[in-house]
Design a protein. Structure first.
Length: 127
């Protein structure tokens, strides 16, 4: 039976009718996260700064669902400008140590909500 994670402390609620995550068995699908502060407002910054905030939300949601950041097995990152990938790659390498890095897809989006530069979504799994 799916378990829907809607409200997570430290993660602003989405203006869209979504769950922050859905847990089915040993898997957790985490909805796309942006650089949005506790006030629910978009906080612009460099791609790295926006990705740091988005990954922070992803990690808090994973933990609220009973998963650790090290349980993340797949990450999907949308960029407005692919020139920003290098900034986020540096952060990604720090967040996920060598040998434990999740599979990942990146792509360029025409636009992101709030005018964001980066959106991060993830899947976590455990044994």
């Amino acid at each position: 039976m799916p378990r829907h994670i809607v409200a997570v402390e430290g993660v602003p609620p989405s203006p869209s009718p979504i769950s922050n995550a859905v847990v089915v068995g040993n898997h957790c699908w985490i909805s796309g996260q942006l650089s949005v502060g506790a006030d629910g407002r978009y906080h612009p910054g460099s791609a790295r700064e926006e990705a740091e905030r988005a990954f922070g939300h992803v990690f808090r949601i994973a933990e609220a669902a009973g998963f650790r950041p090290s349980d993340i097995v797949y990450v999907d990152i949308a960029f407005i400008d692919l020139a920003d990938v290098a900034q986020v790659n540096d952060l990604y390498g720090q967040l996920f140590p060598e040998g434990r890095r999740p599979a990942r897809t990146i792509y360029q989006a025409a636009a992101l909500p709030f005018g964001g530069r980066v959106k991060v979504q993830a899947v976590a799994a455990r044994d």
